[in-house]
Design a protein around this ligand. Structure first.
Ligand code: AQP
Length: 334
C-alpha cells in the first residue's frame, strides 16, 4: 500500500520584540495544529529583522525568547523542524541567486517596502528592498508546498511564485510553486489604540498591543484603555466600530462564540463589562502558555539544543537545494 507524502509547510516569525496577541492569533496558535497534518518547518527570522535597525543584545535575547515561545505554544521539536534563519547559511546563499532573478520593478511594487520605508525614512536600506527575495529563498529552499500567510504577506508569496516560475523556465524544473495556506481562524488583530492599523510588536505605544508575556493586571489595564466609540453598544461593524469589532474578534477566538452570540451576551451591558470579559478570556488563555514559556526560557541549554538540532536538520535539506541551484546556474563545482 503506498503512503501519500505529507505536504510541507514553512512559516517564520521575526524576533523584533516579544510576540503580541496578534502574532499569536494570526500565526503561532495555528502552527501547533498544523503539525498533525503537515511536515512543518518553523523559523525565527532573525535576518529579516535586520531590515529595521535592531539593538544587538536585544535581538539575541528576542531570538531565544521567540524560540521558547514557539515551544511553549506547542511546536513539538520531535515532529517539526524549529530553527533560527541565520543558523542555516544556505538561505543567504540562495537569496543572492534569487536577487539576480528578481526584477527591480516587481520589488518596487511591494507595499510592505513602501510602508516600512515610510515608517523608517532614515533607513531605507537594500535589505528592506530585497526582503521578498530572501523570503522566496526561505520558502523555495525547502520546496515548501504551503505557506501560512496573513493578507499582509500574500503579495510576497505571489512574488516568490513568480521568481520560482522564472527560474524553472530559465534553468529547468527546480522549485515547487508554493501556495498560501489560509487558516480560517487567521483573524487580523488590530491595535488597541488605533484599530485601523494592525497590532504590531514594534509599535511605540505600549498600550496598542497585548504581549504574550503581559501580566493579568497589565492585560486588564490595556483592554480597559482600548479605543472604542461613543455608541455604547457591543455590535460588530468593522467600518463604523473598528475598536469594538476588534475586541469582539479577540473574544470570539478564545470563547468560540460568533459575533451574534457575543452581541446577545452583552446586550444592555456597557463597554466596561465587555472589556473586562475580553481581558478575562485572554488572561486565562495565556496563563498556561506563560507558565510553559517561563519554564522553557529558564533552560537555556535545552532551547539552544533544540535550535542546534533544528539548524542541522534544516541545513541538510537546504544545502542540497543550494548545491543543485549553484550547478544549474553555472557556478563551477570542484
Ligand atoms: N496583528 C496581527 N494580527 C494577525 N496576525 C498577525 N501577524 C502579525 N501581526 C498580526 C502575523 O504574525 C506572523 C509573524 O509576523 P512577523 O513577526 O514576521 O512580522 P509582522 O507581520 O511584521 O509582525 P509584527 O508584530 O507587526 O512585527 P513588526 O512590528 O516587527 O513589524 C505573520 O504571519 C503575520 O501575518
Amino acid at each position: 500500500m503506498s503512503e501519500t507524502k505529507r505536504q510541507r509547510i514553512l512559516s517564520g516569525i521575526q524576533p523584533t520584540g516579544t510576540f503580541t496577541l496578534g502574532n499569536y492569533i494570526g500565526a503561532v496558535r495555528n502552527w501547533a495544529a498544523l503539525q498533525d497534518q503537515f511536515d512543518c518547518l518553523y523559523m525565527v527570522a532573525d535576518l529579516h529583522a535586520l531590515t529595521v535597525r535592531q539593538v544587538p543584545a536585544e535581538l539575541r535575547a528576542h531570538t531565544r525568547e521567540a524560540a521558547s515561545m514557539l515551544l511553549a505554544a506547542g511546536i513539538d521539536p520531535s515532529r517539526s523542524i524549529l530553527f533560527v534563519q541565520s543558523h542555516v547559511p544556505a538561505h543567504t546563499q540562495l537569496n543572492w541567486i534569487l536577487c539576480c532573478n528578481s526584477q527591480f520593478g516587481e520589488l518596487s511594487r511591494m507595499t510592505q517596502f513602501k510602508d516600512k520605508s515610510a515608517k523608517h525614512p532614515d533607513n531605507v536600506n537594500g535589505g528592506l528592498f530585497t526582503y521578498p527575495a530572501l523570503m522566496a529563498a526561505d520558502i523555495l529552499i525547502y520546496n515548501a508546498d504551503l505557506v501560512p500567510v496573513g493578507q499582509d504577506q500574500s503579495q510576497h508569496l505571489e512574488l516568490a511564485r513568480n521568481i520560482a516560475q522564472r527560474f524553472n523556465s530559465a534553468y529547468s524544473e527546480t522549485f515547487v510553486l508554493p501556495n498560501g495556506y489560509i487558516t480560517k481562524e487567521g483573524a487580523k488583530i488590530m491595535s488597541l489604540q488605533d484599530p485601523l492599523h494592525k497590532m504590531s510588536k514594534s509599535d511605540t505605544n505600549v498600550n496598542a498591543y497585548i504581549l504574550m508575556t503581559d501580566t493579568p493586571d497589565v492585560i486588564l489595564r490595556k483592554f480597559k484603555r482600548a479605543v472604542t466609540d461613543s455608541e455604547g453598544i457591543v455590535r460588530a461593524d468593522p467600518a463604523e466600530k473598528p475598536g469594538v469589532t476588534n475586541l469582539m474578534s479577540i473574544y470570539s477566538v478564545f470563547t468560540g462564540k460568533d459575533f451574534e452570540e457575543i452581541q446577545r451576551e452583552f446586550e444592555g451591558r456597557g463597554y466596561g463589562e465587555f472589556k473586562e470579559a475580553v481581558a478575562e478570556t485572554v488572561i486565562s488563555a495565556l496563563a498556561p502558555i506563560q507558565g510553559e514559556y517561563n519554564r522553557i526560557l529558564a533552560d537555556k541549554a535545552y532551547v539552544d539544543g533544540i535550535l542546534a538540532q533544528g539548524a542541522a536538520a534544516a541545513s541538510r535539506l537546504a544545502d542540497r537545494m543550494v548545491a543543485k541551484v549553484y550547478k544549474k546556474v553555472g557556478l563551477l563545482q570542484i
